[in-house]
Design a protein around this ligand. Structure first.
Ligand code: DGL
Length: 267
């Protein structure tokens, strides 16, 4: 048993979709969430920069005595998971492996689409993770960089968003995929629009719920689960830029669980 919090981090607010899934699946656990709002987006940045940012956040989380770290950001998982798993003395879980697992389970034809930031798609992380689980699968990747600002703007069913989605997703439709991985923290908020554009034959997969299960497995196997005595401890939410916008946009992702935002700065 271990009543310490679980550290969860993302480039910004989008990873709250993963934090929410953890809170739903593991209601006894308490989370300390860092959203690196001062330096978002990670999607277009180089792997070296994303690794540097991820190391800084992991070091800060360790100072808060977390018992495990979940990288809720797909781009940070793609670039920094292996580095952190090597360097950090607590278990580190990313979102790519769980997303790949869900996709392989969902597909019937073996034709899987993956959408994500430019960094995630260029890294090939999803392609590798899916190929390791199902070598016969065909993976079609597409970067959708405009989706993140559209979601942050709250344009979840705006005609402009629909037009952009149709353009991004046309190659997926042409390739005849039957499963699409929403490989970015923000995309679950566009799920109904994307489902509409792709039609009923395509299953959408989001890694949040599967990541919570992966966390549960790790906590269980290492006897790190909460005893249930930490209920009074509460979740913590930390932004690296103005807390007001984190609070406002974050509630769109996680609802009323988010009431108070602390701030910190990484040099
Ligand atoms: N959190 C990022 C991801 O899941 C999306 C936002 C960004 O580009 O930083 O890849």
């Amino acid at each position: 048993m271990n009543d310490a919090r679980v550290g969860v981090f993302d480039s910004g607010i989008g990873g709250l979709t993963v934090a929410a899934a953890i809170m739903r699946a593991l209601p006894d656990e308490r989370v300390v969430y860092v959203g690196d709002t001062a330096r978002v987006p990670y999607g277009p940045k180089s792997p070296a920069t994303v690794v540097r940012y991820s190391r800084q956040i992991a070091a800060w989380l360790l100072e808060q005595h977390v018992k495990a770290i979940v990288i809720a950001c797909n781009t940070a998982t793609a670039h920094a998971l292996e580095t952190l798993q090597r360097e950090v003395p607590v278990p580190v879980i990313g979102v790519v492996q769980p997303g790949a697992r869900s996709a392989v389970r969902a597909t019937r034809t073996g034709r899987i689409g993956v959408i994500g930031t430019t960094g995630t798609i260029n890294s090939g992380a999803y392609h590798r993770a899916i190929a390791a689980l199902s070598p016969a699968a065909t993976v079609i990747g597409a970067a959708c960089p405009l989706f993140v600002p559209l979601v942050e703007e709250g344009w979840l069913d705006h005609p402009a968003t629909r037009l952009i989605a149709e353009s991004y997703l046309a190659p997926m439709r042409d390739a005849g995929i039957d499963t699409l991985v929403l490989g970015c923290t923000h995309y679950p908020l566009l799920a109904s629009l994307i489902a509409d554009v792709l039609g009923p034959g395509v299953t959408l997969v989001d890694s949040a719920a599967e990541t919570a299960i992966a966390l549960q497995d790790v906590l269980r196997s290492q006897s790190l689960q909460c005893s249930g005595a930490s209920v009074g401890l509460g979740h913590r939410f930390i932004a690296t830029d103005a807390p007001e916008s984190f609070l406002r946009v974050g509630q769109r992702f996680i609802g009323p669980a988010l009431q108070h935002v602390e701030t910190t700065v990484f040099a």
